[in-house]
Design a protein around this ligand. Structure first.
Ligand code: ASP
Length: 324
């Protein structure tokens, strides 16, 4: 009896929260990577764009970085399901289950899917002093320096890890990798010449390529990009890496058990933000494409993530790289 009363009280609390949501408490977007990086950039722009549609609620960003994105994801999986703690994650939701053997949560059953935000190309970049000025010269340099060349990434399970893995596989060179808590700190080291190469989202690399702080060699999409700073970069495929295509995406997730009407309010606010001309302009300037299709719907986004898991799992397994 006592247990039933406790359950009933908890249900009533959730109902009251749903009615008041978002109330006066701030909403937090947990970003599983370091501040100042590409996922963080998307989160901060989206936080601003969702503020008005959420009735003026304050939307904070919490960088719970580390372990390739799994620390932040786990934090949200275990958070109170009241709509105030949300996860803003990327393709790692689909690659982590294969790349990391023992993640402490389940991407399909520990989250409510809110919707997808954008598609983001990646770029292969190097330290500014690397003596190569195009993809062919880069490959020649890598082959000549096989034993000492290194590649930065945001840890096993991250997008930069996946992209770097595909690159190493394509050119058949096993490089030393340097894991960071996100590609913001990795970018600092790349610009400073402490590491040689990195593959990262355009939301982090566009202005650095434009400002010649790093060298850009190729984009990972199947077609060239139209963004001014990136339009001269060839695709990996036209550079000779047959079938090389990887596009990163970002989505919004809530802890399992978040009430349906709270989720509906967040999804409506997300859709409004994705139509905000300011948000669209900022994203386009960074090479990202804001989602306008049905993947913004929770069920469709979940289907898309499941399809991405099915797409990447055999590729990752064939490359044979996992972490515990
Ligand atoms: N670009 C990172 C990654 O490789 C994540 C980040 O720092 O936002 O997944």
């Amino acid at each position: 009896m006592k247990r039933l009363l406790v359950i009933a009280a908890a249900a009533m609390t959730l109902l009251a929260q749903a009615q008041n949501f978002p109330g006066t408490k701030p909403i937090t977007f947990v970003v599983p990577f370091a501040a100042g990086g590409p996922t963080d950039r998307v989160a901060r722009d989206l936080a601003e764009a969702m503020r008005a549609p959420l009735g003026g609620a304050i939307v904070l960003v919490d960088n719970a970085a580390g372990a390739g994105g799994s620390i932040g994801a786990n934090k949200v999986a275990k958070a109170s399901p009241d709509g105030h703690t949300l996860l803003l994650h990327h393709i790692g939701m689909a690659t982590m289950p294969t790349l990391v053997r023992n993640i402490p949560f389940k991407v399909d059953s520990d989250f409510e899917y809110v919707g997808m935000i954008n598609d983001v190309p990646m770029t292969l970049i190097s330290k500014p002093s690397l003596p190569a000025n195009n993809f062919k010269e880069l490959t020649a340099w890598v082959l000549a320096n096989k034993d000492k060349v290194n590649l930065g990434n945001a840890g096993v399970g991250s997008a930069s890890h996946l992209c770097g893995l595909l690159y190493q596989n394509a050119i058949q060179v096993d490089m030393a990798t340097v894991p960071y808590k996100g590609t913001a700190p990795a970018m600092t080291d790349l610009m400073g010449g402490q590491i040689d190469l990195m593959c990262d989202q355009t939301t982090n690399t566009t202005s650095q390529i434009e400002g010649k702080k790093v060298k850009g060699f190729a984009v990972t999409t199947s077609k060239r990009l139209t963004t001014a700073a990136l339009k001269d970069l060839p695709t990996m495929q036209e550079s000779g890496l047959k079938g090389f295509e990887v596009t990163i995406w970002h989505g919004l997730y809530a802890p399992k058990g978040t009430p349906a009407d709270v989720l509906a309010k967040i999804n409506t606010a997300l859709k409004t933000a994705l139509k905000d001309p300011e948000f669209i302009k900022k994203q386009e300037g960074l090479g990202a494409v804001v989602v306008t299709d049905k993947r913004v719907e929770p069920a469709e986004h979940k289907k898309f993530v499941a399809a991405e898991i099915a797409k990447w799992s055999p590729i990752i397994k064939a490359a044979g790289v996992y972490a515990d």
